[in-house]
Design a protein around this ligand. Structure first.
Ligand code: DGT
Ligand code: CA
Ligand code: CA
Ligand code: ZN
Length: 582
């Protein structure tokens, strides 16, 4: 499950420890060592406080599985940014073996065999060898493995190197905070794809209104997270900041702020269409303002705010999430933009996990946080039993958890925890619980967690079958994609959407930052066809309940309106809907 570490340090240390585990496996050391390093990495991602604090208070050894060697590695990483053990292993393991390990389906044993026999160290070489059938002749490698490796490489190559919104947001808001703290500014806004909530981000764009650009630019390039200054000018500067992300900063005169924000929010396609529309009215639209043609050096018709610019063109203000030239300009001209669902419309969350399965926090803590967010309800949908790795709930544990939920509900009323389940759809299409067990839940969401490589018709049947079940209220993360990590499985999404309409099964827009599943485009199709949606966080820890924001943003990019999102309903209506699946 996607996890976001508490701090950047924690994340970096966890990543290096995982690499130590990989390298130690590749070297053929005692497998126990790799297991330990990976377990510690996971524990670090689950920490609720910065590792640095633990080190300062000499509590690193309280992290599960941390012995003296691992502790030393962590301390070295925190103080010097390097670990001796990591460096030593890197020097001993042939370069390129780690690269091979990046291909899903290639484990340490396979990587070593391939390297030993064919001296392969790059993914391109691996692809060539697989294409020419050289891998299957190696010991312990089958034709099927070779085929899977080819598929995995094709999918790796489709990866874009773009950042997740969650990472870009962290870097951008640190920078905005830094600049705000140092300069006297009129306005600061994040623009570009991040303001539009695109699912991945190429670079971060920030627009600032200030009478004097100099001090703003100075503050920008002096920010602590800046790794490299690419350019420093009077109107635009660019840096590489944390996580290797580029930030472009524009400083404009306050009078041009609206026009600049509009321009740098994009998208490019949206801008091109807007500019064409303006020209038809003998107006010129650029990053400084909207001008009568021929008066570009004079006073603009509008420029100070986005609203003024849109209004001067006879349009309603367009929410940034829609600015992709997918019909929003026509709709704004016709005063017919959709009334998009907002975060404030959300009354509860219908997909979250607790420490009963693979979540970090207790029933009471999850519920308290949901209530503090202003929700009326929270469905705790711990995993079904078949997912062995996450200790799914069997009958006894379902009962015990329900008891705990009922007690918590007495304490929290009128807030309501719903007894939920995320039931696995097995590879044969069966649900992981018998009907008698499913009947023990107030809300059931079904999802695929295994056999992702099934042929399209098999996978489609598998999901459609679950939707036909009267107790299945929703399908979670319907395509299974992990952004920049794993492609969606092959599935006839059109059929899924059609059957969702007929069976009144909700399709989830999952807010996990790596998932955003359904995607914006799929949401749009679901909206057109008439399917109902549910926006969920899929939280595995209290702070991940905030992932609802990503779900709502994705739904908005797909033109979703409040009336089509199930968890905008008050509790009373929701309970009726869940029962009848209506
Ligand atoms: P990204 O960074 O790839 O995630 O996507 P954006 O949309 O943030 O693109 P970026 O950073 O290259 O440019 C920011 C905005 O500036 C873009 O959304 C629209 C505007 N822009 C950039 N280049 C052009 C252009 O050639 N023509 C027009 N009309 N607008 C542009
Ligand atoms: Ca950008
Ligand atoms: Ca940019
Ligand atoms: Zn889940």
């Amino acid at each position: 499950m996607p996890r976001v570490s508490l701090s950047y340090d924690n994340e970096q240390v966890a990543a290096v420890l995982e690499e130590i585990a990989d390298l130690s496996d590749l070297k053929g050391e005692n497998p126990f060592r790799g297991v330990t390093y990976r377990a510690v990495a996971r524990a670090i991602r689950d920490l609720r406080e910065p590792l640095r604090t633990l080190m300062e208070q000499k509590r690193l050894d309280t992290i599960p599985k941390v012995g003296p060697a691992v502790q030393e590695a962590i301390e070295q990483l925190l103080t010097t940014g390097r670990s001796k053990r990591h460096e030593d292993l890197k020097a001993q393991v042939p370069q390129g073996l780690l690269t091979l390990l990046r291909v899903p389906g290639v484990g340490p044993a396979t990587a070593r065999v391939i390297h030993e026999h064919l001296r392969i160290t790059t993914i391109d070489e691996l692809e060539e060898a697989a294409q020419s059938g050289k891998l299957r002749s190696l010991p312990k490698i089958q034709a099927k493995t070779e085929e899977n490796i080819l598929k995995a490489i094709a999918s790796l190559k489709r990866r874009t190197g773009r950042a997740l919104v969650v990472d870009a947001r962290a870097v951008a808001s640190d920078m905005v905070g830094w600049i705000r703290g140092r300069c006297d500014l009129q306005q600061v806004e994040i623009a570009g794809s991040l303001r539009r909530w695109r699912e991945t981000i190429g670079d971060i764009d920030i627009v600032v209104a200030a009478a004097e650009p100099g001090p703003v630019m100075d503050a920008f390039i002096a920010a602590p997270e800046v790794e490299q200054v690419l350019a420093r000018g009077d109107t635009k500067s660019s840096v590489i900041a944390g996580r290797g992300l580029q930030i472009d900063l524009r400083v404009v005169a306050p009078a041009s702020f609206g026009a600049a924000l509009l321009y740098f929010t994009g998208s490019k396609e949206h801008n091109v269409h807007m500019r064409g529309l303006a020209l038809k009215r003998k107006l010129l639209l650029n990053e400084y303002g909207l001008y009568r043609v021929g008066e570009e050096n004079g006073t603009p018709v509008a420029s100070r705010t986005e609203e003024e610019v849109f209004a001067a063109l006879g349009m309603d203000w367009i929410p940034p999430e829609l600015r992709e030239d997918r019909g929003e300009i026509e709709a704004a001209l016709a005063h017919d933009l959709p009334d998009l669902v907002t975060l404030a419309d959300i009354r509860g969350d219908l997909h979250a996990h607790t420490s009963w399965t693979d979540g970090r926090d207790s029933v009471a803590d999850m519920a308290a946080r949901a209530r503090a967010k202003g929700y009326e309800y929270l469905a705790l949908t711990d995993h079904s039993v078949g997912l062995g790795m996450t200790h799914g709930l069997d009958l006894a544990r379902i009962r015990a958890r329900t008891k705990e939920i009922e007690a918590a509900n007495v304490a929290l009323a009128p807030f309501r925890i719903l007894v939920g389940s995320e039931v696995d759809i097995r590879s044969n299409g069966q649900l992981d619980y018998e009907d008698e067990l499913l009947a023990l839940f107030e809300v059931v969401t079904a999802s695929v967690h295994s056999s992702f490589a099934q042929p399209r018709d098999v996978m489609t049947k598998r999901i459609l079958g679950a939707m036909e079940h009267p107790r299945v209220n929703a399908i979670s993360h319907p395509t299974g994609r992990l952004l920049e990590k794993r492609d969606a499985y092959e599935v006839d999404l059109e059929a899924v959407i059609q059957v969702a309409v007929r069976t009144h099964t909700r399709l989830e827009v999952n807010g996990g930052p790596e998932r955003l599943d359904l995607s914006d485009a799929a949401v749009r199709r679901a909206m057109d066809v008439g399917a109902m949606l549910v926006c969920n966080s899929d939280a595995h820890a209290v702070e991940e309940l905030d992932q609802m924001e990503y779900a709502v943003a994705t739904a908005r990019r797909g033109w979703a309106t409040k009336d089509r999102v199930q968890n905008t309903m008050p509790l009373k209506d929701l309970l009726l809907h869940l029962k009848g699946k209506g």
